[in-house]
Design a protein around this ligand. Structure first.
Ligand SMILES: Cc1ncc(COP(=O)(O)O)c(C=O)c1O
Length: 391
């Protein structure tokens, strides 16, 4: 069902004075999300934080059912996390690697994930194999098939990278991993909230994401999914009184659900706010969101190609809301600052953080404009006009 964009923009106060093309950094919160967070903070101020949490129990518990609907899984398979990095590492370090195990990842793997893998290779004597991308920038499935032969314990992929608008073939990769009984950890930090995600279709065992990006939740929020069937093969690297309970003074039992990966203490207002954001996305419908984001980004790429001196860096036919480009006339940082001074938010992806991807493609720092469904064609025209009127 189509939605009224003007109404969605009214529910997004930031759009009244900003041209926000930094949704892959952090999207603008809808009023419903900011209000839910503020109301809970006020409850904490009035009643005391523990007492406020007891009162808000239904809203807090809703976090799990909202994500279960969003990802097509069970509420028991969802856990809270403060961000993707924490969620992803919590799961990585729950796998009992043995020296000699192999981990397969992709050329577009998120930089911090790849650093963690390199660290694990050093500390646990596992091997990390990087599957290259095709010339179009998406994970090469033939190379993946070869890489999955042998002693592979984990396939760790990023669905949509931070540094490109390519959507990697996560479901095909998932089918390959599942056929070989290989654990599959999918970083959905950039895809959650812009693409319709279904963990059954993706075939992943574990999936992680953040609230502040395309889901439009508060900062400092995130989530993880763990498939019920693999939960007991994973051992949390540490536990607390929320993740486990004492049987007696010498023995304990882990929680039966994915919350064994949580800590007791968390940002309660943020958790409530993220649940509201997920409800908001669920109500709009992820297929509608995905179609609109992809269409706007395609329009942006097309119009950018007509701006003198601008090169767009995505090709291929499965692209999303992230658009990377560079200017022959201006360095990435100075262009970003010039746009910011005009009330236009974008970001820069840096070569120093992406040696595997940007380095291999012979690229330097790139500008990144990332659109959401509340952006408009008129904003795209204004954006391209601002680039044209540059130096
Ligand atoms: C693909 C991807 N994975 C993981 C992360 C890390 O997310 P967080 O900063 O919430 O830990 C990011 C952040 O930009 C990202 O783009």
């Amino acid at each position: 069902m189509p939605h009224n964009i003007e109404e969605l923009r009214r529910q997004t106060p930031g759009t009244a004075h900003l041209l926000h093309f930094n949704n892959a950094g952090a999207a603008l919160n809808p009023t419903a999300v900011s209000t839910a967070v503020q109301e809970h903070l006020q409850r904490e101020q009035r009643l005391g934080a523990y007492e406020a949490a007891a009162l808000a129990n239904t809203a807090i518990e809703h976090f799990y059912t909202a994500f279960a609907r969003h990802l097509n899984c069970q509420a028991e398979e969802i856990a809270w996390a403060e961000n993707t990095t924490h969620a992803w590492n919590t799961l990585l370090h729950a796998i009992a690697f043995k020296p000699g195990d192999r981990i397969v990842t992709g050329q577009s793997e998120y930089a911090s994930n790849y650093l963690s893998l390199l660290h694990l290779a050093q500390t646990c004597q596992v091997h990390v194999d990087v599957v290259p991308n095709t010339a179009q920038g998406s994970l090469c499935l033939e190379a993946l098939e070869k890489a999955l032969e042998g002693n592979v314990r984990l396939l760790a992929l990023t669905h949509v990278p931070s540094q490109s608008g390519v959507v990697h073939p996560a479901a095909q990769a998932g089918a390959m991993a599942r056929a070989r009984g290989i654990l599959y950890l999918l970083d959905a930090c950039q895809s959650a909230g812009q693409l319709a995600l279904d963990v059954e279709t993706l075939g992943c065992d574990m999936l992680t994401g953040s609230g502040r990006k395309y889901l439009r939740g508060p900062r400092g929020t995130g989530f993880l999914y763990v498939r019920r069937g693999v939960l007991d093969s994973l051992q949390p690297a540490w536990i607390d009184m929320h993740a486990a309970s004492f049987r007696d003074a010498q023995h304990y039992a882990l929680r039966e659900d994915a919350r064994r990966f949580e800590n007791w203490e968390c940002f309660v207002a943020g958790k409530i706010g993220l649940a509201v954001a997920v409800d908001y996305a669920n109500a709009l419908g992820m297929p509608w969101i995905e179609a609109r984001v992809r269409t706007l980004a395609a329009t942006l790429r097309e119009q950018l190609r007509d701006v003198p001196g601008i090169t767009v860096h995505e090709s291929g036919n499965d692209l999303c809301g992230i658009v990377t480009f560079s200017s022959s006339r201006e360095a990435a940082d100075s262009l970003q600052q010039r746009l910011l001074a005009r009330g236009i938010n974008t970001s820069v992806v840096r070569l120093r953080n992406n040696p595997l991807d940007l380095g291999a493609r012979g690229l330097g720092d790139l500008n990144r404009a990332s659109v959401h469904y509340y952006n408009t064609d008129e904003e795209i025209e204004r954006f391209c006009e601002a680039l044209r009127n540059g130096r």
